[in-house]
Design a protein around this ligand. Structure first.
Ligand code: 5GP
Ligand code: ZN
Length: 113
């Protein structure tokens, strides 16, 4: 398995971990696009959002809860934050292991670029 984020889960590649439990890992993005830019990933390898199966519904909902909890801990929940999951090439997905981007700490623009 040559997946970058699986290697981060296995600690073969270091990351700045923000939260970890048996199902998910959250770590700081290496190239932050906002003052707070954290990636929340499942430890299970799922390549894109298109590969999320019914059995994964609880896991993906849990990823959102973890992101919400981190937003609260970082004091950006009330101000506002953005969750993004890119899918495939035109979205800009570059790592094919699903991840929620948690962006916060600045005003977000809409429509996104
Ligand atoms: P995508 O474009 O696939 O939605 O997002 C992939 C994200 O992973 C990018 O924001 C990129 O900066 C981040 N990233 C890529 N390689 C690494 C890495 O080795 N470590 C960390 N912490 N983030 C990474
Ligand atoms: Zn993976």
């Amino acid at each position: 398995m040559s997946c970058l984020f699986c290697k981060i889960v296995e600690k073969k590649i270091p990351s700045k971990i923000v939260y970890e439990d048996e199902r998910v890992l959250a770590f700081e993005d290496i190239n932050p696009q906002a003052p707070i830019h954290i990636l929340v990933i499942p430890k299970k390898h799922i390549s894109t959002s298109l590969e999320i199966k019914s059995d994964d519904n609880e896991l993906v909902g849990y990823m959102v809860q973890v992101a919400n909890n981190i937003a609260k801990e970082k004091n950006i929940a009330e101000r506002g934050f953005r969750l993004v999951m890119n899918c495939n090439r035109e979205s800009g997905q570059t790592v094919f292991h699903i991840h929620l981007h948690l962006f916060g700490g600045r005003i977000m623009h809409w429509p996104p670029g």
